[in-house]
Design a protein around this ligand. Structure first.
Ligand code: HEC
Ligand code: HEC
Length: 357
């Protein structure tokens, strides 16, 4: 008798639990996402047709870490964009699902919401949502078709539920996937480096860091015996980029291998021009340049100091560099000390960007 009674109670309890679970049906949630920014950063322009909501950002984050986006379920975006490495790949060339090597160095992900010159080294994706679907279909990366990706997500209950919360319907589409990925990537920001704190007067710089900063932001003035490293002409503003495509003199014309922006514009004046990258977190994203040719910041500075090559598209802003900047070992050390102040540990450890699974 007693045992039967206990069994009835257990069954009742079980039913209540399963019923209340059923009642938690996902519902559309349009709560706006609060993008927290350092007061010194300008307000970003969020695309009017993709206003940030909590549910869409969460969906984008799930998708960013989702191996189902790849052909054989082995690779997610996060396998080549690793948070602790400023969301880049420290391998010179990433390896895709077919074990094939890519052709360019992976790019870090932060402050993309401020980019105005498109995405990828050559800017071939005008919007972040266009960019987001390319690695999925790239034969050297995730090598999956969009219809296959959609059907894998469509048959996964957690995605059906999250698509309802984000878009009000459980029907998955590649457009919705791209919009959600765009949202998550727009929320990844880096603005809490030592340099940002220095600008706000919260920390002070060492003499080395100060000298490095001065070199970074000055032009050489040989008449008055003033040194300058000229970096600020191109790596300018809060994001350390002028948002242009330029040729920073890596090669002479005969040695152009990757034509960069030219492949997109077909304009001969764009040959071997690449997106001017941000220098935030730069000490963490070795190797450097689109083709990973430099391993260290020493090598990078050595290039700008005395190795800039002339070609029909080398930027005019490198005029001083062509005759040499005369930076010595101490100058190089100072510049590197300054570049290290651009590391942002708040961003690198931000729990909101981590794997949600
Ligand atoms: C196999 C490695 C690999 C995978 C997987 C991968 N990426 Fe990338 N990512 C790269 C490489 C390499 C580049 C630079 C390619 C180029 O410019 O041609 C890049 C560039 C980017 C950029 C451009 C950043 C900028 O500043 O212009 C974004 C954004 C990005 N990836 C997001 C993603 C997303 C989202 C996914 C998943 C859907 C993803 N990546 C999957 C390697 C990868
Ligand atoms: C004429 C514009 C220009 C100037 C001046 C300039 N850069 Fe660059 N920088 C670029 C461009 C363009 C690239 C990308 C080139 C490529 O990959 O082909 C780049 C790439 C870099 C990279 C590698 C970034 C990465 O993610 O791989 C570093 C580091 C860098 N520059 C530091 C500096 C420093 C330090 C100075 C000053 C000594 C400087 N730059 C001056 C345009 C410039």
């Amino acid at each position: 008798m007693k045992i039967q009674f206990v069994l009835v109670i257990i069954t009742l309890l079980f039913l209540t639990v399963t019923c209340s679970k059923d009642e938690e049906k996902p519902v559309y949630d349009s709560t706006l996402f609060n993008l927290k920014l350092n007061g010194d950063l300008p307000d970003p322009t969020i695309p009017a047709d993709n206003i940030l909501t909590n549910a869409k950002v969460k969906l984008g984050r799930m998708l960013f870490y989702e191996k189902k986006l790849s052909k054989d379920l082995t690779q997610s975006c996060a396998d080549c964009h690793i948070q602790k490495d400023a969301f880049t790949d420290i391998r010179p060339f990433s390896i895709g699902v077919e074990k094939l090597e890519g052709k360019r160095n992976a790019m870090p992900i932060f402050n993309l919401v401020y980019h105005t010159n498109g995405f990828f080294w050559d800017g071939r994706a005008p919007l972040l949502r266009d960019q987001a679907l390319k690695p999925i279909q790239d034969a050297l990366e995730m090598n999956e078709t969009l219809p296959n990706m959609v059907s894998k997500l469509q048959s996964d209950k957690k995605y059906k539920d999250q698509f309802i919360r984000a878009f009000g319907s459980d029907s998955v589409s590649s457009l919705k996937v791209s919009l959600a990925l765009e949202q998550f990537m727009m929320t990844i920001v880096s603005h809490d480096s030592k340099y940002d704190k220095y600008l706000k007067g919260e920390v002070s710089f060492s003499p080395e860091e100060l000298r490095g900063k001065d070199l970074f932001f000055s032009e050489p003035d040989p008449v008055n015996n003033i040194k300058g490293a000229e970096c600020f002409h191109c790596h300018s503003g809060y994001n350390f980029t002028n948002n242009e495509f330029l040729n920073n003199g890596l090669d002479e014309e005969v040695n152009f291998k990757d034509l960069g922006r030219f492949n997109v514009s077909q304009n001969v004046t764009d040959k071997a021009k690449f997106k001017v990258p941000s220098l935030r977190n730069i000490a963490l994203t070795s190797p450097y340049m689109h083709d990973s040719r430099f391993k260290t910041l020493d090598e990078v500075i050595n290039h700008y100091n005395s190795n800039v090559k002339m070609s029909s598209t080398t930027s005019d802003l490198l005029l001083h560099n062509l005759s040499g900047l005369n930076l010595n070992n101490q100058d190089t050390k100072d510049l590197i000390a300054f570049l290290i102040t651009l590391n942002d540990f708040t961003y690198l450890n931000n729990p909101e960007y981590k794997n949600p699974f």
